[in-house]
Design a protein around this ligand. Structure first.
Ligand code: LHQ
Length: 261
């Protein structure tokens, strides 16, 4: 499969998707939306057991391509239609992936680019990277799931402040605030993210997919509902071959060989 705005490769069960419009700081174009969605589908089709998402060049992603439309000539625009068609399905398909998704934020992540990163399951960021809820600077509001993920990750006060000011948050503070998993030295970012992906790709992938569903659902559920969901997910996990292999390996005092099923 060949793409123009992204790079996509699968090696040893690990897929790597690189946003690849470096001269535009990897801003989202419509073509890029279409290609990312196609690559996510391919990840499932190829039965990848982990996905890493990063950016080419000095940025992760600068959000929507602000040069794509002539704001002056076009007059009023229905941005809701754009979200409905491209951004919302993008975030939902990312969250729905049945394997772990690791964001490797290599540089600035602004607007929908920041929130695309926050929709990944685990986020590593280079020490020089930053996160900007840039929307307010152009009279918009957070989208791409930012108003959902931010308050849940860092609390209402900090989420509100970032969204209202559009201030840049450095990667170290993002880690301290719990917005990302780890901030690492720039030259170790890709190795760290790939090591994590390669390790997770050897783990019980089906259970990891179920964990994602459980954790995401917990954000809107009460305890009773969540306990019921745990019962359902544990039932599915327990019917898998990786459960039997895990227990068998434990009893035989050897390392398990998980197949992800
Ligand atoms: C860009 C962009 C960009 C195009 C840098 N587009 N070229 C959803 C639905 C519909 C519409 C609108 O929005 C949304 C959701 C959103 O994402 S809204 C938020 C959109 N993003 C932004 O507002 C961020 C705009 N960019 C910036 O504030 C800065 O570029 C950041 C802080 C990301 C980086 O600053 P610098 O490191 O100083 O780089 P730069 O500003 O010099 O940019 C480098 C080049 O990249 C430059 O092009 P040039 O030809 O002059 O070298 C920029 O024009 C281009 N670029 N962001 N979003």
């Amino acid at each position: 499969m060949s793409f123009e705005t992204i790079l996509f490769e699968l090696t040893d069960d690990v897929a790597v998707l690189t946003l690849n419009r470096p001269d535009k700081l990897n801003a989202f174009s419509i073509d890029m939306h279409k290609e990312i969605r196609a690559a996510l589908k391919q990840t499932v089709k190829d039965k990848a057991r982990a996905l890493v998402i990063t950016g080419a060049g000095r940025a992760f992603c600068a959000g929507a391509d602000l040069g794509a439309r002539d704001v002056k000539a076009e007059g009023e625009m229905d941005l809701g239609a754009l979200l409905e068609k491209y951004y919302n399905p993008l975030i939902l398909s990312l969250k729905d992936l049945p394997m772990p998704v690791i964001g490797a934020v290599n540089g600035v992540a602004a607007g929908a680019g920041a929130n695309f990163a926050l929709a990944c399951d685990l986020v590593f960021a280079a020490r020089s990277a930053s996160f900007i809820q840039a929307f307010i600077k152009i009279g918009l509001v957070p989208d791409a799931g930012g108003s959902f993920h931010l308050p849940r990750l860092i609390g209402m006060q900090r989420a509100m402040a970032l969204a209202m000011t559009g201030d840049k948050l450095d990667a170290e503070t993002a880690e301290q605030w719990g917005m990302i998993y780890q901030c690492v030295d720039d030259d170790t970012l890709m190795d760290t993210a790939m090591d994590c992906a390669r390790h997770l790709a050897t783990q019980p992938t089906r259970s990891i997919g179920l964990i994602k569903r459980l954790m995401t659902a917990s954000l809107g559920n009460d305890l009773n509902t969540q306990l019921e969901l745990e019962r359902q997910m544990q039932r599915v996990a327990g019917l898998g071959t990786d459960y039997r292999e895990g227990v068998q390996a434990f009893l035989e005092k050897r390392a398990p060989k998980f197949t992800g099923t």
